[in-house]
Design a protein around this ligand. Structure first.
Ligand code: 1HE
Length: 281
């Protein structure tokens, strides 16, 4: 169901039958819509996710990603795995990388709203997003270890960067499953919502994000993770270049002028986003 005020997408985005896409101003809501299969990611679904993220309408400034039903995503559609040969498996994994790169390194930030199972490829797609908000029902697992396979959707790159290699090793070797509280404690989740409130919280955050200068959003999405992967000396240099680029946009200049002329809000405790949630510091 589209959120209230959200208008269902038409055209290409409206034709993607495994996604339900709707838009309200700068916020696009993209819902994985395969609840009968717990939003398991089939070849068709991964292709549709990729298509959606590379064809976002120009006026979209942020995406809210959620899953229909009681579970965010049960990961890879296991029924399609059995018949692939080795090259087919490599190409399949590379296809997931392309799709999830389009999320992480696309044009706009993505807020994921998580509930129920966030497992395997479900955790991999969540890890490609920029902000994760969780219902208390959310839980995180990497059953690949138990299924005799390995992560293939970018999990080995992105998940350790959120929770650390040791925790991911534990999940994969022992089948350990984390609940939402531990997910927040371990850095997988930035916001833990009250029951039934995660979508509303995600929307509130999305609207805030949509108000940012596009160049800042670009810098956060594209420069920050790359700087984190660079040596300190290279990182500092990249930071100087990125900050000079951002500061020289007309939007930055007008926002800075607005503050200096007393027209912009001050930074106060009330600008925290903790009204209905506990958030990480
Ligand atoms: C599926 C899948 C799936 C459900 N592939 N069909 N992921 C997993 O190992 C997780 C497997 N799924 C589960 O553990 C459970 O389904 C859930 C805990 C997520 C949900 O349980 P439940 O009781 O609500 O649903 P269900 O009865 O288990 O499943 C409902 C239907 O969805 C059923 O099909 P049906 O035709 O019998 O109704 C299930 O077969 C189907 N279903 N999950 C295919 N994953 C790029 S590499 C990534 C590697 C991975 O992601 S490995 C992790 C795979």
């Amino acid at each position: 169901m589209p959120l209230s005020n959200f208008v269902p997408a038409t055209g290409l985005l409206g034709s993607l039958d495994l996604l339900q896409i709707s838009q309200d101003g700068p916020v696009l809501h993209l819902q994985l819509n395969r609840p009968a299969k717990r939003n398991a990611i089939s070849d068709s679904l991964i292709a549709q996710i990729h298509t959606a993220f590379i064809n976002l309408p120009d006026d979209v400034r942020v995406v809210l990603l959620s899953g229909a039903g009681e579970h965010f995503c049960a990961g890879l559609d296991l029924s399609e795995l059995v018949d692939r040969d080795t090259l087919g498996a490599v190409l399949h994994s590379r296809g997931w990388h392309t799709a999830f790169d389009a999320i992480q390194f696309g044009r706009v930030p993505v807020v994921a709203v998580l509930q129920g199972a966030v497992v395997g490829g479900g955790l991999e797609i969540a890890a490609s997003c920029h902000i994760r908000v969780a219902e208390p029902s959310a839980y995180f697992g990497l059953p690949e270890g138990q299924r005799g396979i390995f992560v293939g959707g970018g999990g080995s790159v992105r998940i350790p960067r959120l929770m650390g290699t040791a925790r991911m090793t534990d999940m994969m070797l022992t089948g350990r499953v984390f609940d939402a509280v531990d997910g927040e404690r371990f850095g997988v989740v930035q916001y833990l919502a009250e029951p039934g409130q995660a979508l509303a919280k995600g929307l509130e955050l999305a609207r805030k994000i949509a108000g940012n200068a596009p160049m800042t959003a670009f810098a956060v999405m594209h420069a920050l993770p790359r700087i984190a992967d660079q040596s300190p000396t290279e990182g500092l240099f990249t930071e100087s270049l990125m900050s000079a680029v951002a500061a020289n946009t007309p939007e930055a200049k007008s926002r800075l002028r607005a503050f200096l002329e007393g027209r912009a809000p001050k930074v106060t405790k009330t600008s925290e986003t903790t009204s209905t949630t506990r958030s990480n510091p």
